[in-house]
Design a binder for this molecule. Sequence first.
Ligand code: TRP
Length: 326
Amino acid sequence: MYSAVQPSGNLTIGNYTGAIRNWLAMQDEYDCFFAIADMHAITVRQEPAELRRHTLELAATYLACGLDPQKCALYVQSHVPQHAELCWVLNTFTYVGEASRMTQFKDKSQKHADNINMGLMDYPVLMAADILLYLADYVPVGVDQKQHVELARDIAIRFNNRYGETFRVPEPLIKRDGASIRSLQDPAKKMSKSDENPNAAVFLTDDRDTVMRKFKRAVTDSDNRVCASEDKPGVTNLLTVYSAFVGCTVEEAEKTFEGRGYGDFKLAVGETVADVLAPIQAEQKRLLADRAYLDGVLKGGAERAYKVARRTLSKVYRKVGFYQGD
Ligand code: TRP
């Protein structure tokens, strides 16, 4: 199993319920590789000191959420050189046409019109290299990354057809069950860490007061009835958040708040979220103060990743005809 997150800023509660928390159950069942995708992050401009800080913070977050470095390989993408090396080979198996048709490339080209660099277009090929290096069967991702995993499949199949069975053809694992958390200010949009409205997203690092304030300001409607329905997207979203953090169904959450007004409801959602975040934040803080431990975990993870990556890459180099000595 392979997945990664970019160290491009704070994670939201949506990243937590939609990604990291689901990985916890998987680490017991699968051979897991979880990366910090710093090479992907530089496809848009990063402040170097910030990128370093975000990388460490993300490592601490992974651990604080419960990922166990004994069970899975936690590592930084740029620590394993085979990602860039395989990416180069896979570039020769990717058509310019298909790369330029990727939805995210088109979106990001609009958003960063002053910096449509080659890396931005190559982003999904690097992602294919990530996945294929570890012969991953499953790739848990959000729906927004599904197209990229499908491209990785196409590239794997294309390569295998030409050179014989080399790569595993990976499958995206898309979380369906309601964990898609929307913006608190505009439930038509996904909750995003880069939203320009500061009240739209709740971050894993938000303190209790901030969490409470954001939920208090969350948009609802004038009806004052706590129930989920299509014409009540704000309330539905808050019910989704509540159920995801309590671990109940949306119907059960509706029952809990039957007959109670929005004020009460928002307070309860905020408290529930803050209660879950508090121990994670304390643990993250403790870990960030222990740099030697964090460095050790990342070093161990990179060594584990390197062993697998080196094996796959050398096979690929042999297949494409690179001379590797006698
Ligand atoms: N592109 C992914 C995202 O932004 C992060 C990522 C990089 C990734 N490499 C990956 C996800 C490999 C899954 C597999 O969310």
